[in-house]
Design a protein around this ligand. Structure first.
Ligand code: FE
Ligand code: FE
Ligand code: ZN
Length: 270
């Protein structure tokens, strides 16, 4: 089972790998740059190589990097869109230091023509030689968020030329908040995903419980088993044949000890 949590990138790449091992993880997520700012640190290729060696030695699954929250490819303000595009293109270059992994981003929010704008940005940023698969994250539908339904993600994918570079990261808290009942109707939800998007596009799971009831459109993550999804539903999710080989990333409100415990508990429930 590939499972891990979000890990701080502040001490570099090898340090993230070591931290993952400490937590009992064999994949992880990290912000490619300051999540609330935008500045990226210079990449040290020797440090990256140490992480790659560690990942190979310990049989890690694919990493699921996360774009900064300030990135909004369909912001109403043009300068925000331009800045977002610069970060996106720079992140894709940086991700190729870690060949063949995932780069997850929130599609965006704000503009009425959001779907078209996001697709246009992807068409400008994706390139044939990239080894990274870019993942659209399923969103909770808070405010004017794009990506609140499988159909919205499908429409983005349909407008992108290099769509073989695109996948989806399914956030269990977000889709629950978005109205998809993964507690009592997991098979139906996955069938719907397959019909609308295709399960071959599903590359990673953000495994989170939710503080809010089905369809709340709130996006408040809860610790595993302590929210409205509950431990039974989460056990079904991590064991589902369509999902079990994917990397599971915890974005639950935890410290190191909390993540260590959740990872150990989930491994037992497999
Ligand atoms: Fe996210
Ligand atoms: Fe998420
Ligand atoms: Zn969230």
């Amino acid at each position: 089972m590939y499972i891990g949590s979000h890990i701080s990138a502040s001490k570099g790449f090898e340090a993230m790998g070591k931290q993952a091992l400490k937590l009992g993880a064999n994949t992880f997520a990290f912000f490619t740059r300051n999540p609330r700012g935008g500045k990226a640190k210079e990449i040290d290729p020797a440090d990256v190589d140490k992480l790659l060696a560690l990942m190979e030695e310990h049989h890690f699954g694919k990493l699921v990097a996360h774009a900064p929250y300030t990135m909004n490819l369909c912001a109403a303000k043009e300068n925000v869109r331009n800045f977002s595009m610069e970060m996106f293109q720079d992140d894709l270059k940086r991700m190729d230091y870690l060949p063949g992994n995932y780069y997850n981003f929130h599609p965006g929010q704000g503009a009425e023509q959001g779907i078209e704008m996001i697709a246009e940005a992807l068409n400008g940023a994706l390139f044939e030689e990239q080894t990274t698969t870019v993942l659209l994250e399923t969103m909770a539908g808070k405010g004017s968020e794009v990506g609140r339904s499988f159909e919205e993600l499908r429409r983005i994918i349909d407008l992108v030329d290099l769509d073989d570079k695109l996948g989806v990261c399914l956030d269990t808290c977000h889709i629950w908040d978005g109205g998809y009942d993964v507690v009592d109707h997991l098979d139906d939800v996955l069938n719907e995903f397959d019909q609308v998007i295709g399960l071959d596009r599903l590359k990673a799971i953000h495994l989170n419980d939710s503080m809010n009831p089905l369809g709340a459109h709130k996006d408040r993550h809860e610790k595993i088993g302590q929210g409205h999804l509950g431990l039974e539903a989460i056990t079904r999710i991590i064991n589902h044949p369509a999902l079990k080989e994917l990397p599971f990333i915890l974005e639950t409100p935890n410290d190191d000890e909390g993540y260590t415990n959740e990872i150990a508990m989930l491994r037992k429930l497999r």
